[in-house]
Design a protein around this ligand. Structure first.
Ligand SMILES: Nc1nc2c(ncn2[C@@H]2O[C@H](COP(=O)(O)OP(=O)(O)OP(=O)(O)O)[C@@H](O)[C@H]2O)c(=O)[nH]1
Length: 328
């Protein structure tokens, strides 16, 4: 017989603009012993998903929803994945998870995701929407706040985590705070880098028990799409190991020059002389320090770098990568 689990399993949506720190926060949350029984659904915008590898936790209650963006093309896939997880839990085929966290793409509009939960005839009998948590990047909020996705993500949130205040200038952090408050006057805000961030508080229901789900009665547009037309994603794969110095110079120069149009870069690199993979992240002009992952996610050791760009030709970036890599 399956273990006990709540009659209505709470579902948290983790939203926030590209590169704002969703996966980093989720990793912290999953490290909390109170969250060991959490099922995770991850959706990424782009040809290939890396977040499930970057989380470095793979089990049968972790589902990758690929092939599109949750708010546009994969709502059906989300509902199906949740129904499937629930059915397997009932049969005792997966651990009896007691919470679900959905990490959406940095471009997703949270409204259609929440209304999917509310409208699905099966899901609504077994799951309940709990807090929507949004991450906001203190370094980049000033440039991101004009984007419709940013506004929707911040305005719908029940809880907000301001990330990267350890990197931001005081004026950037103040601007980010003001941008949040202009869209969402009352959601509690925590600092990701702050000592007082209690992960449980992000999940705890509000005193009224009312969550963003109640504020999302908007009809979903027929085509679902709310993204600016020019945003594109592509991936660069390299067959041979990458020279770290040449790569670092290339990425820094690229983002310095085109950071306004390169919304997000993330990758897993096979670096010459390094047995373990190296994770790299860039968000607009900001290049984050690389980190070593514990191990390669599969037998295949191959660098893959995902780009999400707005108004720049992918071929230009691919050509310059090949040229620089050949110098290494
Ligand atoms: N210094 C610092 N770095 C952070 C913080 N939060 C996130 N990062 C870094 O920001 C980069 C992007 O973080 P992710 O957690 O991958 O962001 P994301 O929102 O999941 O990205 P997408 O899924 O691509 O939208 C990584 O290099 C993180 O280490 C923070 O509070 N401080």
């Amino acid at each position: 017989m399956a273990d006990a689990y709540p009659a209505f399993t709470p579902v948290n949506l983790l939203t926030g603009f590209l590169g704002s720190g969703k996966t980093t926060l989720l990793r912290r949350m999953l490290g909390d012993p109170a969250m060991v029984n959490t099922a995770v659904l991850i959706n990424e915008f782009g040809e290939i998903g890396l977040d499930h590898h970057l989380l470095e936790r793979i089990d049968e209650t972790m589902v990758l929803l690929q092939s599109g963006c949750l708010c546009c093309t994969v709502r059906g896939e989300l509902a199906e994945a949740m129904r499937d997880l629930h059915a397997k839990r009932e049969k005792g085929l997966v651990p009896a998870f007691d919470r679900v966290v959905i990490e959406s793409t940095g471009l997703a509009d949270p409204f259609p995701v929440l209304s999917t939960l509310k409208a699905d005839p099966v899901l609504r009998h077994h799951f309940k929407a709990s807090n929507t948590i949004a991450t906001v990047d203190a370094v980049n909020a000033t440039t991101q706040q004009g984007r419709v996705e940013f506004s929707r993500q911040v305005s719908v949130a029940d809880r907000i985590v301001l990330t990267k205040t350890d990197l931001a200038t005081a004026s950037d952090a103040d601007n980010a705070f003001a941008a949040i408050r202009a869209l969402n006057p009352d959601a509690p805000i925590w600092l990701a880098a702050g000592a007082d961030l209690e992960l449980q508080m992000l999940l705890a229901d509000s005193e009224t028990g009312e969550t963003s789900l109640f504020r999302c009665d908007e009809p979903v547009p027929a085509d679902g799409s709310t993204h600016a037309g020019e945003i594109r994603s592509f991936v660069i794969e390299a067959e041979t190991a990458v020279d770290w110095t040449a790569f670092g110079i290339w990425l820094t120069m690229l983002l310095n020059r085109h950071g306004d149009r390169i919304l997000r870069v993330k990758g897993i690199l096979d670096v010459a002389g390094e047995p373990r993979p190296v994770a790299i992240h860039g968000v607009q002009y900001l290049v984050h320090p690389p980190t070593h992952m514990r191990a390669w996610p599969s037998e295949e050791r191959r660098s893959a770098i995902v780009f999400i760009v707005d108004g720049i030709e992918p071929a230009l970036i691919v050509r310059s990568f090949r040229a620089f890599n050949a110098l290494g």
